[in-house]
Write a protein that binds this ligand. Structure first.
Ligand SMILES: N[C@@H](CCC(=O)N[C@@H](CS)C(=O)NCC(=O)O)C(=O)O
Length: 226
């Protein structure tokens, strides 16, 4: 298998939160895929798709991190399950919705301008123009008040914190795909920014460290800030 993954100037700096969902899913199933580092302006390489991750499995091409996770679950049913029995998949989908709709915007406001420093030079203008149009202001303005903004993020994570106070992973004693989805967001942040999102004594920070240790410390090995 091959996996198109968003990379920075350093092709080893794989920083897409969605690609991390797939990297973790592959590792959880004991599978490997060759990484094809991809940049925002490389659209022709993944046409007709417009975003990464894109997984190539022989003749089959699958795009979208959720669709890829479902594909891997169905194609490799004898490997460890990503979702567990019903309604595991549905609840995992809810975690993805929380991360996409609530967590990402809050995190972006704290670190989005930092991404410029790790991008491939060819991506800088595209990233700035497309994201500034989305925010309606410069990227520097977006993250200008991050010292106070980080408290908002920490408040928003309270339901996650409550769970991780009582159990090592979101899914219980062992991590499953819902953990990987949440982790993707934190892995994205550490790949692009030195800004500290979590207090050192936060149970979510301890969970993040446990996630970094998984699969032989796979996520720890890519270029990142902490
Ligand atoms: N729903 C998609 C979202 C993927 C996505 O937004 N990927 C970003 C990288 S993190 C991308 O490829 N963006 C292309 C662009 O902004 O032009 C998924 O879950 O895979």
């Amino acid at each position: 298998m091959k996996l198109y993954e968003l990379a920075g100037a350093d092709p080893a700096r794989l920083f897409s939160p969605y690609c991390w969902r797939v990297r973790m899913a592959l590792a959880a199933k004991g599978l490997r895929a060759e990484t094809i580092p991809w940049r925002f302006v490389d659209k022709p390489a993944i046409t007709p798709h417009k975003t990464v991750p894109v997984l190539v499995d022989g003749e089959t091409v699958v795009a979208d991190s959720w669709t890829i996770a479902e594909y891997l679950e169905d194609r490799f049913p004898d490997r460890p399950s990503l979702f567990g029995p019903p309604p595991g998949k549905q609840l995992t989908r809810f975690v993805a919705a929380f991360v996409d709709v609530t967590l990402f915007p809050a995190m972006s406001r704290l670190i989005v301008a930092d991404i410029l420093q790790v991008l491939h030079p060819g991506d800088v203008q595209y990233f700035r123009t497309s994201r500034e149009a989305r925010f309606g202001m410069t990227l520097e303005q977006v993250q200008a008040n991050r010292e106070s903004g980080v408290e908002e993020l920490r408040k928003l994570l309270r339901p996650v914190r409550l769970m991780l106070r009582e159990q090592p992973f979101l899914c219980g004693a062992a991590p499953m795909h819902a953990d990987s989805i949440l982790f993707g967001a934190f892995q994205w942040a550490r790949c692009v920014s030195p800004f500290r999102l979590l207090a050192p004594d936060d149970p979510i920070e301890a969970w993040r460290q446990r996630m970094l240790d998984l699969h032989g410390g796979m996520a720890r090995k890519v270029p990142a800030f902490d």
